[in-house]
Design a protein around this ligand. Sequence first.
Ligand SMILES: Nc1ncnc2c1ncn2[C@@H]1O[C@H](COP(=O)(O)OP(=O)(O)OP(=O)(O)O)[C@@H](O)[C@H]1O
Ligand SMILES: [Mg+2]
Length: 287
Amino acid sequence: MDAEDGRRDLKVVLEGQYKAAYELLEDSISVGLTPIVIGPPGVGKSLLVRKFALDTGRAFHEVFFDELLRPAYLIGTFNPAIVLKKGYCAEAFEKGPLITTMEEGGVFLAQELNRASEFCQNSLLEPLEERSYYVPRIGRVYADERFVFIATANPAELAGTRQFSEALRDRLRVWIPLTYPDRETELKIIRVNCEPLSLSEDILEKIYTVIEMARREKELEMAVSIRAGIAIARLSARHVDKHGGIENRDIADYARSVFLGASKGRAWLDLEKTLDDVIRGAMRAYG
Ligand SMILES: Nc1ncnc2c1ncn2[C@@H]1O[C@H](COP(=O)(O)OP(=O)(O)OP(=O)(O)O)[C@@H](O)[C@H]1O
Ligand SMILES: [Mg+2]
């Protein structure tokens, strides 16, 4: 839940859509509006919010929501052993991440908030609206003025049962969309995520071509995220480091291994055939 680790060396490419999204995030928060960052897996939603927390010197807490998560997890619970000895006192109350973040004035990132049950979603209305929460037997807990609530969701899931409750939707005021970045930005992202290893431009081009073609391939049932490109690039960079160079077929092998990991339960053999076609097609351009 806590993501303090590694915050100091966040490498963020703040260009194109990321610059616009970051500014909108800052502006929304500065005028007291609750933002939600939406986009498919791996487009940089979490990273953007972490950067905001780091840049503004706020603590960062995140919770991944699902239908089983109970409000008590967010708010806190009484420790029965202490209650037995001392009764329902403040000392017996173990604060949940939402109350902790409110008091600290930190950033609370509600990941995939639309997956939460309506009961759980509704328990957030009070902290969002009143910036306080009434904890039974303890009293009202007030948020520090720097407390910030930010949500994320995957647009592909915003249908059916994984909806926002009407009341919560009305409070998520600013929708910040992220999608796969343009070519130049994605190449930069891959480059910074390979450091301290590096790759020549022509190898990066090949990797990007494979990624792009895989994204266009209708037969593949998976999202080819930025993480896939980063993974192929890291493996390739290590290969170059070890062997002094890399062949197209090595890049193709790494791409196959990375894409297979994202397959959605389809027979691997069927998928391998499609993957091979995609990878071979991409590599053909490079002889
Ligand atoms: N603007 C960026 N600058 C640098 N790296 C980025 C950027 N955007 C994404 N990445 C890299 O892409 C990967 C995925 O980013 P992140 O975890 O923020 O995505 P996400 O949208 O939160 O994904 P998920 O929906 O799976 O939670 C990370 O390895 C991150 O470092
Ligand atoms: Mg994320």
